[in-house]
Design a protein around this ligand. Structure first.
Ligand code: GRG
Length: 298
């Protein structure tokens, strides 16, 4: 039977050692690199890179071929957390169970560490080593770069963040909230599964199904995040709770209540599992991750 904890451990090891390698290649050492490594290696769940590797495996490809994309996604995600925690945005002091980057270092260093992680992601994505002699892989990598850059920027996460900030002290309608989250959190999660499937040489039918899967788990992830912000344990979460209510943010629990939010997240996961029905047991990790997203405590 498939065991998610050992799968997650082995994939996290692979991801962490690749991330370490990226830093060994860095020409400089010092405060900027220290701040980048501090946040990147602070013990996140590695959900996006694991999804990328699992996406490659689900379509019959090798996880290893998707490692640069997986690690680039984690760099982009970490940059977004560093910037999100800044005084100008959420002004949070705790992240991944540790002082946030600007608290540990200072604001200027945190801004630059975020900028440098975002840039490093594209350096890793465009590595010449990933390209074969007939350039077939170059086309695939260009598609991956296109999809990840769309998801990270004004077609995705950054626009979602802008809407999130604009929505403070305002009540959003459910479609507005759904769109905000699809951009802020969903886009990068979708890009993770999609780029993994591309690098695993998935067929267009497989990729279509995986896009449905990813859309559902991306939203479920956010609904669960909102639920954890109401009833989670700060020790497990490694960050504060109750902050959404304090900031008067529109969230799923504030819009539809806690129990309805949990039922909604469960429905989304069921829909995600239906999208995987035509896949064989190589997609078991994706199935297990879908359930983990709503059962998680952090
Ligand atoms: C600053 C451009 C910019 C974007 C920030 C993603 C984001 C946009 C902000 C994070 C704020 C937040 C709490 C969003 C809710 C969902 C989310 C992304 C949670 C953090 O992701 P996890 O749970 O974190 O995967 P770890 O630490 O495990 O990687």
């Amino acid at each position: 039977m498939f065991e998610l904890p050992s799968y997650l451990n082995s994939k996290r090891e692979q991801i962490n050692s690749y991330l370490e390698k990226c830093f060994q290649a860095a020409p400089e050492s010092g405060r900027l690199i220290d701040a980048m490594r501090y946040s990147l290696m602070a013990g996140g769940k590695r959900l996006r890179p694991v999804l990328c590797l699992a996406g490659a495996e689900a379509v019959g490809g090798l996880a290893e071929n998707a490692l640069p994309a997986a690690c680039a996604l984690e760099m982009i995600h970490t940059y977004s957390l560093i910037h999100d925690d800044l005084p100008a945005m959420d002004n949070d002091v705790l992240r991944r169970g540790k002082p946030t980057c600007h608290v540990q270092f200072d604001e200027v260093t945190a801004i630059l560490a975020g900028d440098a992680l975002l840039t490093m992601a594209f350096q890793v994505l465009s590595r010449a080593e990933s390209i074969d002699s007939d350039n077939h892989h170059a086309v695939t990598w260009l598609k991956v770069i296109q999809c990840i850059s769309r998801a990270a920027g004004c077609w995705g996460m950054v626009e979602g963040q802008m809407r999130d900030i604009a929505a403070e002290n305002n009540t959003l309608s459910r479609p507005e909230l759904e769109r905000l989250h699809a951009l802020k959190t969903g886009a990068l999660i979708e890009a993770a599964v999609y780029s993994g499937a591309l690098l695993g040489n998935g067929t267009s039918e497989q990729i279509d199904q995986l896009e449905t899967y990813a859309g559902c788990i991306g939203l479920a992830f956010q609904v669960k995040d909102d639920v954890l912000n109401v009833e989670g344990d700060p020790v497990h979460l490694g960050k504060g709770v109750g902050t959404d209510a304090l900031r008067q943010k529109s969230t799923y629990p504030s819009l539809m209540g806690l129990e309805v939010s949990k039922a909604f997240a469960r429905q989304l996961i069921e829909k995600a599992l239906v999208a995987l029905e035509s896949f064989d047991n190589r997609s078991d990790p994706l199935r297990a991750i879908a359930n983990y997203i709503i059962d998680r405590k952090r």
